[in-house]
Design a protein around this ligand. Sequence first.
Ligand code: NCD
Ligand code: ZN
Length: 414
Amino acid sequence: MAIARPIPDLNDRPYFHPDFLTHRWEVWGVWGVWEVWGERFLPHPPTPPTLLDFSLVRNPGHKAFVAVYNQRMQKLTITRPDDWHLHLRDGAALKAVLPFTVRQFARAIIMPNLKPPIRSVADAACYRDRILAAIPEGQQFEPLMTLYLTDNTSPDEILRAKESPFIKAVKYYPAGATTNSDSGVTDILKCDRVFEAMQQVDMPLLLHGEVTDNDVDTFDREKVFIERHLIPFKQRFPNLRVVLEHITTSDAVQYVLSANTIAATITPQHLLFNRNALFKGGLRTHFYCLPILKREEHRQALLQAATSGNPKFFLGTDSAPHTRTSKESSCGCAGCFSALHALELYAEAFESVKALDKLEAFASFYGPDFYQLPRNTERITLSKTTWRVPDEVPFMESGLVPLGAGQEMTWQMV
Ligand code: NCD
Ligand code: ZN
């Protein structure tokens, strides 16, 4: 058994966080060596540490510390999460992908970028009925609907949306920014009357935060959107609650931290991969999504934000299914499919920075808190098991390739 050397800053160890005793780590693995000021006791019994161990750890004034090495955490039980950014599509595609989300999540914010988009409360009501009809027999799931903002959305539609019990937000796509965004907003200034209504009735605005200008480098489009559009927008509508969706840069993290009434969702792909994934040994279109993967320093900033315990950052997968043929094409579609194993992917990301104790709040608390909805009460369990992400799951005519297909995972939802 490898013996780690004494740990310089005990507070950096998630297992010694003040919340330690209330955490729901249910099954403990074998406890390794513990060490008091260099003196070793072997072997520690295979139980969690006692309160005495804990108080010693938290009392550096003793000039002594106890290091307890958790060799392997076997199970993690958390409140059932919600997905605050999801593409379900429609028809046969909806039927194929919805069961994956229902298995993991209690609720999801459903993106409105269908063809044609969900522009009115009436459209959203019909789409919601189709989603409800596609839920597998005997299972529970609540779709939280959104409206697709266009140049022609009226303030009256916002008032109607506010009255509807199931519309929770309005989605802004800059025209042409991503999949099915042709009817999006051509100029953010054109919608000020609608934003005024939204601010008035407290309807959240969800932003695809990228400029579409051809003279702006693809990798800079989020940063430029923040500078050119979001900062002035937030000055015009300081009380409008905003979610900057699927953030990808340290610039976005910084901005969200600095501004009021703004939160952000973070996807598993942006936590786990940097832009090298797009080019590893060839062009890897299954890693292509928008906003595009960025440099490693940005991935690090996102990981830090997601695991910081700051309620402004919460889970939104942006799982966006496209058939294999539409991805593997001379003009491949943008979107990664992660609904199959979203929680496992997030668990891998959080574990990589020893922050599994922050996963529950990110996945299950901060989203409902932002949307002013109750937190779920049911719980789900992930277990430490090695498995391989399948190469494909059945979907339409040519199958669906999950994010990280073929890669090994070490957590699995049970
Ligand atoms: C999404 C899709 O396919 O609908 N694609 C993506 O790359 N994220 C649209 C979106 O959210 O941008
Ligand atoms: Zn999306």
